[in-house]
Design a protein around this ligand. Sequence first.
Ligand code: 5GP
Ligand code: MN
Length: 361
Amino acid sequence: MFVIFVLTKYEQFEKTYKMKHIDSFETNLDNSLKQISSFLKQYSKFVIIIHQNPDGDAIGSATALANLLQQLEKSVTIMVDNQLPDNLKFLKGFEEIIVYSSNPAPEIIREAEVILIMDLNDSNRMSSIEQEYLESKAIKMLIDHHINPKLEVEVMAVDTDATSTGELTWKLLRDNFRHYINKEIAESCYVAIMTDTGNFRYDRTDIEIFRIAAEIISYGADPVKLYNDVYNTFSIKAAKLLGKALAGIETHYDDRMCVMTVSKNDYRNYSCTNDDTEGFVDYTLMLDGVTVGILIKEDLEKDIIKISLRSKGEYHVRELGVHFNGGGHKHASGARVEAGNLEEVKSELIRLAGEMIFRDL
Ligand code: 5GP
Ligand code: MN
């Protein structure tokens, strides 16, 4: 066995990441993607695992790759812990995704020759699939853009400078399987990149990603249609819940920080589900002067608090996510607190964010 790493800025990653069978160390993304492509050609039974509460990047990347594997006449199953966002239903391959917590399929994992993990870097984000994944003897490969992967895999293509897993998936397909790219693959990759860049406005939105978007559009992805399909699908009940959440926002530290909360009761009062708060956290950063934006919400069914963190400029919210055993990126991170109390989590976050804001002043 061998391991291929790709990292860009995070040299400490080499030291901190403990792996068992490191025969080679690779710092070239193209070489790692080439290695992944040769495994895709060589083997025939694949499972793709994405993170719980999957977003456009996870679903877009996975459906694009599954489309390729089907064309190569391989067996492929995409698996995810829990429910899927309805607004991505139109993507080719979406309907075949297995929701593991309601429909476990351990035998498919046991039979897999290769497990491809996309858009996550810690097996606990697989939730109900994690145990079966850990026990699997399949070859494990990772394509991702999060900092500090904690997964033990045979091959990884991790680029922490990439906007999205969709960008890496596109490079894999473009450079190794060009003739297999079709309109559906282009749409999946476009949606992955569009959603993880907040429609080309978060940082890392640069010349290269616009060039990639242009390439993808040349394969038939329609940016106007895809924007409409993904974003202009807000329901009236979700809009009213947003109104309640916005009316209740708090600001702290001379309005540098904004906190929004959504409780179980809020969901119930507006007949909403967990999915309906998608995108709410973005509103906290829209306020003039706010540099740290936080959304804290109770899960409607489970005894879990979900935290979403966003920042601008120098503020590094990943450390706040990590404090609650979560993770993510510098400007967008998150965590889940089991059996937490919303008010307690809120006070703790306000305190921690205050320390960060005043430390950096
Ligand atoms: P969101 O706030 O949209 O749920 O998540 C923002 C980012 O934070 C995600 O892209 C993901 O990288 C990270 N993230 C969110 N929740 C978790 C979590 O529970 N654990 C970890 N490790 N990362 C998370
Ligand atoms: Mn992503």
